[in-house]
Design a protein around this ligand. Structure first.
Ligand SMILES: [Zn+2]
Length: 238
C-alpha cells in the first residue's frame, strides 16, 4: 500500500523566465540542442534530489525534447527511479513503437512503462497527436510488455487494474491543484488513501518548483508516505 509517484517531464527548460519559456516551446515543436546554460531539466533534477534525500522512488516519463542527460540518469539510478515514455504521437501502433524505440535507443536500455502526453483537449506541439484514447493503448502495452499509466484528468478514486500480465493505472491524483477538485480531493485524501492502497500521484516538476504551496504538499507526501516498488512486467514479444 503506497504512493506511486508519476512525473511527466513536459518542458526541458520549465516555463519561468521568457528565454527558458521560449526555449521549451522551440524544443517541443522543432529541435534545439540541449543548452546547459539555460539549466536544461533543472526542475526535474531538484525533484529527483528531494526524492533521493527521502529514500523515495518515482516513475519518470520523458518526451523527445526532455530526454535525460547523463547527470539526470545518475540521479535516476541513485534513487532507483524507473524510466518511462511520455507518448506524444499516439496516432498508430507504429508511431508508438517508433517513439518507444527512439527513447530506448537514446537510453540504451529497455523502457517498461508509458504515459500519454495531454488530456485530449489541447494540441500540445507539432509532434503531438492530441486525442486521448486509453482503450487503444492497452493492446500496445500488452504487446510490448509495458505498464501503462492513464489518469489524465480522470477520477483519482479509480483503482489499479490487473488483467493477466497487464497492469494499468486508470487514474491519478494530480498534485497541481488547478487540475484537481481540491474540495473533494484535498491532500489529506491522498495521505489517507495511500496508507491503505496504491495510489498514483502525478506531477510536473516545473509546476512544483515554482509554487511554494505545491512544493509544501509534495514534501509532505514524500516524507509521510512509502513509495511503491513495482515489478518489471515480463516482456510479451520484444
Ligand atoms: Zn505531458
Amino acid at each position: 500500500m503506497a504512493l506511486i509517484v508519476r512525473i511527466d517531464v513536459d518542458r526541458p527548460y520549465g516555463k519561468q523566465g521568457v528565454v527558458r519559456h521560449i526555449a521549451s516551446r522551440i524544443s517541443s515543436d522543432y529541435y534545439l540542442p540541449r543548452i546547459e546554460g539555460l539549466r536544461y531539466l533543472d526542475e526535474l533534477k531538484t525533484i529527483l534530489r528531494l526524492l533521493n534525500a527521502n529514500g523515495k522512488s518515482a516513475h519518470v516519463f520523458f518526451r523527445k525534447c526532455t530526454y535525460p542527460t547523463p547527470v539526470v540518469c545518475e540521479l535516476m539510478e541513485a534513487g532507483g527511479h524507473r524510466f518511462g515514455l511520455h507518448l506524444e504521437n499516439s496516432q498508430t501502433a507504429e508511431t508508438f513503437r517508433e517513439e518507444l524505440g527512439s527513447l530506448e535507443g537514446a537510453l540504451g536500455r529497455r523502457v517498461v512503462e508509458f504515459s500519454k502526453h495531454g488530456s485530449g483537449r489541447l494540441h500540445l506541439g507539432r509532434h503531438h497527436y492530441a486525442p486521448y484514447e486509453p482503450e487503444r493503448y492497452i493492446p500496445w502495452a500488452a504487446q510490448a510488455g509495458m505498464r501503462v499509466f492513464f489518469g489524465n484528468l480522470e477520477n483519482p478514486e479509480l483503482r489499479p487494474v490487473k488483467e493477466g500480465e497487464l497492469l494499468f493505472y486508470p487514474s491519478a491524483f494530480w498534485l497541481e491543484p488547478f487540475w484537481r477538485d481540491t474540495k473533494r480531493f484535498p491532500i489529506e485524501w491522498l495521505l489517507r488513501q495511500a496508507a491503505e492502497r496504491d495510489v498514483v500521484m502525478l506531477l510536473h516538476p516545473d509546476n512544483v518548483t515554482s509554487s511554494a504551496e505545491i512544493m509544501r504538499e509534495f514534501l509532505m507526501t514524500i516524507e509521510r508516505l512509502e513509495t511503491a516498488d513495482l515489478p518489471v512486467l515480463p516482456s510479451a514479444s520484444r
